[in-house]
Design a protein around this ligand. Structure first.
Ligand code: SAH
Ligand code: SF4
Length: 357
């Protein structure tokens, strides 16, 4: 399928944009509510089925706007219920989205924000791809809609309840598109996802963290992974541009009323950053009153250089942090049998074929 370069996607409009757009084009701005209702509440994306929308509006939309959604070209179900989707954009570039079930009927969608990633963290499977391009806001929203449609028609109609920007890409590198997508996700006229149900994870792009007051106040997770600059620079080249001091300074400026807690993701790598001196360095760096620590035991993937610590070591590290007063969780690895776990996303078809056939 070829991208339609002249037509703007219908899924890139916030409701206010859509109202303005209709008004500017001689149509009633109130139609925007009906359309939001069809696409985001009823999940009907075929214009012919929009019974309360006039022919005039429908023909305007089909002539001037792109209503295609990304396509799910493959999906795989893990033994733990995690489902991974390979989602193709209209230019056939693919990204991955992963639906992760949890207690209380929660179903979290892990979304990609870019095709590939420019940050190049040494432990990350996606990081080895480099950046191909940013995703447009409609392509971020489109992943959600395509997966929800899949669940409605090909599964048991489970509802996606939460979003994490933890798929491929660095969401703050694609600030504007991720911001617009988040506004669309949280709009009361549409999907109505609470801001607290959305988590954005960043590797630490300081200038964009300093602009987070412009962003809907979603949960923020910082990929810290090391409390020493030399280790962090080895893992994450971005630390050479924005070191721990600058990162922590920028985080202090995130409006705290909205973000009472900042979550720090800490990748645990065997005999590398899982030592007592790492616990002590974390204590110096993070204030336990406003910081939660989410330990992520390293997920190994083919050819990865690092090793996952033993279960005992992971428990020990968690305990040490808890003794120092930190709320500390260990991320359970989901979907690792289908390479859907953190850091294992890499959407080349050969990967899929090698791993699944
Ligand atoms: N680019 C953003 C969001 C996507 S990555 C970021 O880096 O924060 C989501 C999380 O998965 C990050 O904390 C990332 O560091 C972690 N991750 C990447 N590779 C991993 C691996 N091999 N094992 C475990 N976690 C990994
Ligand atoms: Fe990019 Fe995040 Fe992977 Fe780093 S960990 S390369 S920022 S996706």
């Amino acid at each position: 399928m070829k991208p339609n370069l002249e037509k703007r996607s219908l899924y890139s409009f916030t409701i206010n944009d859509l109202r303005d757009h209709f008004q500017e084009n001689g149509l009633s701005k109130f139609v925007a509510n009906q359309i939001y209702d069809w696409i985001y509440k009823k999940h009907v994306h075929n214009l012919d089925e929009w019974t309360n929308v006039s022919k005039k509006v429908k023909s305007y939309i089909s002539e001037n706007l792109d209503t295609r959604l990304p396509r799910i070209v493959w999906n795989g179900l893990s033994v733990d219920g995690t489902r991974k989707f390979l989602v193709a954009m209209t230019d056939d570039k693919t990204v991955e989205a992963v639906a992760i079930p949890a207690k209380n009927n929660r179903l979290t969608l892990c979304l990609s924000s870019q095709v590939g990633c420019a940050i190049g963290c040494t432990f990350c499977h996606t990081g080895t791809m480099g950046l191909t391009r940013h995703l447009d806001s409609s392509e971020i929203v489109g992943q959600f809609l395509a997966v929800q449609n899949f669940l409605n028609t090909e599964s048991k109609g489970e509802k996606l309840t939460n979003i994490v920007y933890m798929g491929q890409g660095e969401p703050l590198h694609n600030f504007e598109n991720v911001k617009v997508a988040t506004q669309i996700f949280t709009d009361d006229h549409g999907l109505m996802l609470g801001q607290r149900k959305i988590t954005l994870s960043t590797s630490g792009l300081v200038p964009q963290i300093e602009k987070l007051h412009e962003f809907p106040p979603v949960n923020i997770a910082i990929s810290l992974h090391a409390a020493h600059n030399n280790i962090r620079s080895e893992l994450m080249p971005i630390n050479k541009a924005y070191d721990l001091d600058r990162l922590l300074e920028a985080i202090k400026k995130i409006p705290l009323k909205a973000h009472r807690w900042i979550t720090y993701e800490y990748l645990l790598i065997s005999e590398y950053n899982d030592r007592k001196e790492d616990v002590d360095a974390l204590e110096k760096l993070l204030d336990a009153k406003v910081s939660k620590i989410n330990l992520i035991p390293f997920n190994e993937y083919p050819d990865s250089d690092f090793k996952r610590p033993s279960e005992n070591r992971i428990k020990w590290f968690q305990n040490e942090l808890m003794k120092k007063g930190y709320i500390t969780t260990v991320r359970t690895t989901k979907g690792s049998d289908i390479l859907a776990a953190c850091g294992q996303l890499k959407s080349e078809m050969e990967d899929k074929i090698n791993l699944w056939d």
